[in-house]
Ligand binder design. Structure first.
Ligand SMILES: Nc1nc2c(ncn2[C@@H]2O[C@H](COP(=O)(O)OP(=O)(O)OP(=O)(O)O)[C@@H](O)[C@H]2O)c(=O)[nH]1
Ligand SMILES: [Mg+2]
Length: 505
């Protein structure tokens, strides 16, 4: 997919070298015309070394670093025609505030995958080491010019920033770079919009997009809104203070709010329909297992492997948005369900968590979470904690969790050993080769909630129907065929135990 080594290198390295020793004094901050995204916050680079970054290597800090091997090119010429329609040629830009070089490169690599998943071609990826993003321009102000040169040299039509940017930061950058600038949140929303299939999924994504847009209305809409910008809060939006731009914004805002309200109503209705299905399962006390985890960890592959479900598997981020539930059975015939659902990602935009709350609630209501993690990923621990942060956000932290370390076939054995040590309650599997799957099933079955009522019955042979249901929903410890009927000892849920009552002995 990435083949930077073969790509012609239009002298970009030379350019980066030239810019490597830019002294970023920001001496001309005062009147450079940039609008700060965070009103009166001083630029951290103004006031001497930032204590939190004191340890950082200054030389590195002032450099724009190029991420090797992130250039993506079309592999298949037949793709061209389709992709040309909405293909964007992008330059990725990150600001690296803490952590190791490896962390920074992982973050950029993930941004690259997201961009590709959205259908873009990554031309270049660079990041800057900095105490925190510049309030006006995200990257340091002095770097914007260099970025503009890179954009020009590569012929990019879009710049994607690795964070959530304030509207003014996006606008400042667009003004200087003369190309479209989007942030990571918008990129993820775009992927979700492309992948949403079901009516509910589409409504959820649209809701998230509108929430994102609503917060950014002031940044859009051209000159009129710009004149009004900045004064809106100050004078409380009083009659005299309203410019024409603001009026337009208010109309837009009202339209967006109306649309949001309608989507919320629709979603509440759809949730009702899904609830009905789920309550059927709950009434019969069918245990439920939710497969959750970082995007691309292999959740859908695992569902397929565990239940033969035939769910879409794709080497793309957020391939699955709609929850899929499959009925399956334990080795001794007890029925339970297993669901696959939307993947998580670091800094999952909160608008999406909100919009997908009802989908994510399925995870919170499960009897067991299979937390799938890609053992071959450079930072599986980071993925585990990012996912757990979302669990906490949707009140799923209390649900018993079994960590499933997947892609054992491709993972480094040392990393697997490290993971096993830190995650004692885990199984190691490969959904691809089937390795460890039998073990995983055994552990899953052991973790399913057990039916609550113990019973001992003599079931006449004509009650084969009850025996069937016991096999499906109960737990049978012993079963003896005698002349009078079948003697069964086991456990069942309250409903079923009630029906068995007449045959109790
Ligand atoms: N080598 C290897 N690759 C795997 C394994 N399991 C899944 N994959 C690959 O990983 C990629 C993602 O798999 P999916 O099952 O779609 O992952 P997912 O977690 O459902 O991803 P999203 O729905 O996009 O969040 C696919 O290319 C799979 O073929 C495994 O055990 N070993
Ligand atoms: Mg999937």
């Amino acid at each position: 997919m990435t083949n930077a080594s073969q790509a012609p290198d239009f002298s970009l390295d030379a350019e980066l070298e030239e810019t490597a020793d830019w002294a970023e004094t920001d001496a001309d901050d005062g009147d450079d015309g940039f609008v700060s995204g965070y009103a009166d916050e001083p630029d951290p680079e103004d006031g001497g070394p930032d204590p939190t970054t004191g340890a950082m290597d200054l030389a590195e800090r002032h450099q724009l670093r190029r991420v090797a091997g992130l250039r993506t090119e079309l592999e298949d010429i037949t793709e061209v025609e389709y992709r040309q329609l909405r293909l964007e040629r992008v330059v990725l830009v990150g600001v690296w505030t803490d952590g190791t070089v490896q962390d920074a490169e992982n973050s950029m690599a993930e941004l690259g995958l997201l961009a590709e998943t959205a259908g873009s071609e990554v031309l270049e990826a660079i990041y800057q080491r900095r105490g925190k993003p510049d309030p006006a321009t995200y990257v340091g102000r002095g770097k914007v010019e260099g970025l503009a040169e890179i954009v020009k040299a590569t012929g990019a039509d879009t710049v994607i920033c690795d964070g959530e940017l304030a509207p003014s930061q996006l606008r400042n950058l667009e003004d200087r770079l003369k190309v479209k600038v989007v942030d990571r949140t918008a990129l993820i929303l775009d992927i979700f919009a492309q992948h949403a299939k079901s009516r509910e999924g589409r409504a959820q994504v649209e809701l998230a997009q509108l929430q994102y847009m609503k917060q950014r209305l002031r940044g859009w809409g051209g000159n009129l809104s710009r004149q009004a910008g900045g004064r809106v809060g100050a004078d409380g939006g009083g009659i005299g203070g309203r410019g024409p731009g603001e009026t337009k914004i208010e109309t837009d805002r009202r339209r967006i709010n109306d649309k949001i309200a309608k989507l919320r109503r629709d979603l509440a209705h759809m949730k009702g329909t899904r609830e009905t299905k789920r309550s059927g399962r709950r009434r019969h006390q069918v245990p439920s297992v939710a497969i959750a985890g970082y995007t691309n960890a292999g959740k859908s592959s695992l569902l397929n492997r565990l239940t033969g479900a035939g769910v879409l598997v794709e080497d793309a981020l957020f391939a699955t948005l709609d929850p899929t539930t499959r009925r399956t059975q334990t080795a001794d015939g007890r029925v339970y369900t297993m669901s696959d659902t939307v993947g998580f990602v670091r800094h999952l935009p909160h608008q999406l968590v909100e919009a997908f709350r009802s989908t994510l609630e399925e995870v919170a209501e499960a009897d067991l979470i299979l937390h799938v993690v890609d053992g071959s990923h450079p930072d599986p621990e980071g993925q585990l904690s990012a996912v757990r942060a979302v669990f906490a956000d949707v009140d799923a932290s209390e649900v018993p969790e079994l960590v499933v370390i997947n892609k054992a076939d491709a993972a480094d054995p040392l990393v697997l050993a490290r993971l096993r040590q830190h995650e004692p309650h885990c199984v190691v599997v490969s959904a691809k080769t089937g390795e460890g799957i039998e073990d995983a099933l055994r552990v899953i079955e052991g973790e399913l909630p057990r039916p609550g009522v113990a019973f001992q019955v003599l079931l006449p042979y004509e009650r084969g129907d009850l025996l069937d249901r016991l096999h499906q929903h109960g737990e049978i410890d012993s079963l003896d065929h005698t002349a009078e009927g079948t003697v069964i000892v086991g456990r069942a849920n309250a409903d079923l135990a009630g029906e068995l009552e007449p045959y109790s002995r």
